[in-house]
Design a protein around this ligand. Structure first.
Ligand code: ARG
Length: 461
């Protein structure tokens, strides 16, 4: 047997060394080294359980725990040499442990496989990241609430088809995003709940012949439950897919928001000013201030969708249980985590610092016959069926268009020409404030309703 073969932790049955390029091609250490902390934490729990069950000597457990802690310190101090020929984080750490403490180190892998080990490591890793992502979502929700509160009475045009539809409170628009991000938080929490199950103990695929105590390991690692089927435990990546699906929806929300911010900061709209610290200039056009941050977040949405597609495609025809294909789960997963965290963080700061141009928004809200529906509702309150009212107002809008007038500019005489149900009180019924504040039912844009919603979100109900 050649020396290179025996260097491998699995070298026993091999008589020729691994091809150098194959070694590089199959290695995951370059990206899975980020799991070092989880790998060590999982190994310590596993070793303690092996000791408690009398599967390995307690003296060995102490050596293993101590050795692993030293390795942890070394990695954190940047003094650990990761080796491609040791393939992945699991074997890098295990080989180093055995080199350090000998026999005892070689007992650590008793009753365990890299298949259940990696499933555990990813769950441990993602579990912490999900808590962080939830916290970033809270930060963003806070920024939105603070903009809503700062601009409580600012009226802007609400759109459908990107055509002026009805006046709304800017705060109401911000609260729409609050709802979206609250749902994203809920999806992350759901994902966390389903993911929070210990897979270790599944072994390679069928379980283990040793009298292990999985519930004890679960307790040590803070898992409320253990998985119930060994095959599923090592072949399941649903939790990563769920996270990436939830992340795709979250990025879709950020992307829609980006699109609005980009539009709102054009010279045509001028609804908002993004702080200089979130924009860049042009190398040729001196006047430019480009909304790079929202543009990039909109762009990065593509890679998060791509990551989800990548892993779905990896998984779609894999027979049970573990297949090496599944090593391809990590890069898209890590990239999704980084992208989502970065996007949320930068958005929370950018929104907090955004300046709202109340006067411009108000001017725009007054245009485009935005209170036409209010005239129709007015007629309905005076006894006209809604369909007839719609027709009457449609005619008055056409009349206005032909005269270059706006609805509030029509004289009493002109109004009465459209319907004798219209009285002088029409003028008060179609101001921007009246329009907004008339929408008082739950979910509407009325000031009192929006204030109540802000309070509701703040009190966490
Ligand atoms: N590096 C591997 C992965 O990320 C670990 C599990 C490998 N298991 C195996 N039997 N080769 O999927």
């Amino acid at each position: 047997m050649s020396k290179e073969c025996t260097d491998k932790l699995w070298g026993g049955r091999f008589s020729q060394p691994t091809d150098k390029f194959v070694e590089e091609f199959t290695a995951s250490i370059d990206f899975d080294k980020r799991l070092y902390h989880q790998d060590i934490r999982g190994s310590i729990a596993h070793a303690r359980m092996l000791g408690k069950q009398g599967i390995i000597p307690l003296a060995d457990v102490e050596k293993i725990v101590h050795g692993l802690q030293e390795i942890l310190d070394q990695i954190e101090a940047g003094k650990f040499d990761f080796s491609v020929s040791l393939e992945d984080i699991h074997m890098n750490i295990e080989a180093r442990l055995s080199a350090k403490i000998g026999e005892a180190g070689k007992r650590l892998h008793t009753g365990r496989s890299r298949n259940d080990q990696v499933a555990l490591d990813i769950r441990l890793y993602l579990r912490d990241e999900l808590v962080e992502i939830s916290a970033y979502l809270d930060l963003l929700i806070d920024s939105l609430l603070s903009q809503a509160e700062k601009n409580l009475d600012v009226i802007m045009p609400g759109y459908t088809h990107l055509q002026t539809a009805q006046p709304i409170l800017f705060a109401h628009h911000m609260l729409a995003y609050v709802e979206m991000f609250k749902r994203d938080k809920g999806r992350m929490e759901d994902c966390l709940r389903r993911m929070n199950v210990l897979p270790l103990g599944a072994g390679a695929l069928a379980g283990t012949t040793f009298p292990i105590d999985r519930e004890h390991v679960a307790e040590l690692l803070d898992f409320p439950e253990v998985t119930r089927n060994s095959l599923d435990s090592v072949s399941d990546r649903d939790f990563a897919l769920e996270f990436m699906s939830a992340s795709s929806i979250l990025m879709m929300h950020l992307s829609r928001f980006s699109e609005e911010l980009i539009l709102w900061s054009t010279s045509e709209f001028k609804f908002v000013d993004l702080s200089d610290s979130f924009c860049t200039g042009s190398s040729i056009m001196p006047q430019k201030k480009n909304p790079d941050v929202p543009e990039l977040v909109r762009g990065k949405t593509g890679r998060v969708y791509g990551n989800l597609m990548a892993l779905l495609t990896v998984m779609k025809s894999l027979p049970l249980a573990y297949n090496k294909d599944m090593q391809e789960d990590k890069e898209p997963l890590f990239d999704t985590i980084d992208t989502v965290k970065g996007s949320l963080k930068i958005f929370a700061d950018m929104i907090r610092e955004m300046k709202v141009n109340a006067a411009t928004m108000r001017q725009a809200a007054a245009k485009g016959f935005s209170t036409a529906t209010d005239v129709a509702d007015y007629l309905v309150r005076k006894g006209m069926p809604f369909r007839d009212a719609h027709e009457v107002v449609g005619k008055s809008v056409a009349y206005c268009l032909s005269r270059g007038k706006d609805l509030p500019e029509l004289t009493m005489e002109e109004w009465q020409g459209f319907s004798d149900k219209i009285d002088a009180d029409i003028y008060d019924a179609i101001t921007l404030e009246a329009s907004v504040n008339a929408r008082r039912a739950t979910g509407g844009t009325a000031l009192e309703r929006v204030k109540a919603e802000i309070e509701r979100v703040k009190s966490g109900r």
